[in-house]
Design a protein around this ligand. Structure first.
Ligand SMILES: C[S@@+](CC[C@H](N)C(=O)[O-])C[C@H]1O[C@@H](n2cnc3c(N)ncnc32)[C@H](O)[C@@H]1O
Length: 317
């Protein structure tokens, strides 16, 4: 879980940069997670529907590869777990012997997910962990026999920069054992209009989701952000291969943050970078596996070829 001090330190670092930025993990407090739930239901946000389709149609195959042996199913950034529930149903059909460990920075999301799963599946063993991804993994001991199966769904991996992705996957590989599995959601490169619409919905929910980060600074750190003086703006950066999202200051303004005992000046039209969402080619995904010490154990696509769930096995030589 993020302490208020860590939040304050990250806000200070981010707003002191030449290009102001706020780490996207702070989008997800209780209100942010609720708004993200609304985003997943938007007609423009194809990502969730694509991945649900993959897990519904191909989840049986994935569950067979995971197999009946004892396993820890560990999920990074589990959120409301709506996709994981589809996979869990397939795992129960195998039947697989597993404990499910949802790890999420948002305590409220973990709590809701754990109680919801008990209600829906009854007999599934669930141990929720409120933490950042890799720190959460440290808290889980391996099953006596069997393996760890890590899930990183929803294309959250695309919020890292290409360099951060390699560091993250290499660190993860180091912490896993030979034969462990990793199932990652990768949003694939596609028609630019489809991509841009997914982050610019007509109902304005994505804008509210981004504004919530400013409101969170007001709530938790005594900030004076007025969201009416900002505009949400998001573009496809073809050179980077990412949708990049910003909150743009509509006028010259000063914002105070009590917890930091500091003020921050914004020029008119000055942006705060809030999130990048990298999109991948199949070739990039397979190259990433190889660079970071994994081997491919299966690639699963939705019918439109919009999204890929890539299953990797840890190779230790
Ligand atoms: C884009 S949502 C995806 C949720 C879910 N995996 C899905 O596919 O629907 C990202 C989730 O990861 C969590 N999260 C973001 N950054 C995190 C971090 N650094 N460590 C742990 N959880 C994080 C958020 O709270 C949120 O629930």
């Amino acid at each position: 879980m993020t302490s208020p001090t860590a939040f304050a330190a990250d806000v200070l670092a981010g707003l002191s940069r030449e290009l102001k930025a706020l780490p996207c993990k702070y989008l997800y407090d209780e209100e942010g997670s609720r708004l993200f739930g609304d985003i997943m239901d938007l007609p423009e946000y194809y990502l969730t529907r694509s991945e649900v389709e993959i897990l519904r149609e191909k989840g049986g195959e994935i569950a067979e590869i995971i197999g009946p042996e004892q396993a820890n199913i560990i999920e990074f950034g589990a959120g409301d777990g709506r996709k994981t529930k589809v996979l869990i149903a397939h795992l129960l059909d195998v039947p697989a012997d597993f404990t499910y460990f949802p790890i999420d920075i948002c305590g409220n999301a973990v709590e809701k997910l754990a109680s919801g799963l008990e209600e829906e599946f009854g007999h599934v063993r669930v141990v929720g962990i409120v933490s950042e991804y890799l720190n959460g993994l440290e808290k889980i001991s391996r099953p006596d026999s069997g393996r760890n199966v890590v899930l990183f769904l929803g294309s959250s991996i695309g919020n890292f920069s290409p360099r951060e992705i390699v560091t993250f996957l290499s660190n993860l590989h180091q912490r896993l054992c030979d034969g462990d599995l990793l199932l990652t959601g990768f949003d694939l490169r596609k028609d630019i209009d489809v991509l841009v619409r997914a982050y610019n919905d007509r109902a304005g929910v994505t804008q509210e989701f981004n504004f919530n980060m400013l409101r969170r600074i007001n709530r938790e750190l005594g900030g004076t952000f007025d969201t009416r003086k900002f505009r949400y703006y998001s573009i496809w950066d073809a050179a980077e291969g990412a949708v990049r999202s910003f909150l743009v200051s509509l006028c010259a303004q000063r914002v105070d943050i009590e917890a930091l005992k500091m003020s921050f000046d914004f020029d008119a039209w000055e942006p705060i970078h809030t999130e990048s969402s990298y999109k991948f080619s199949e070739r990039q995904v397979f190259a990433l596996a190889e660079t970071t010490g994994f081997e491919s154990a299966g690639a699963f696509f939705d019918s439109r070829g919009y999204f890929m769930d890539s299953l990797w096995r840890v190779k230790k030589t």
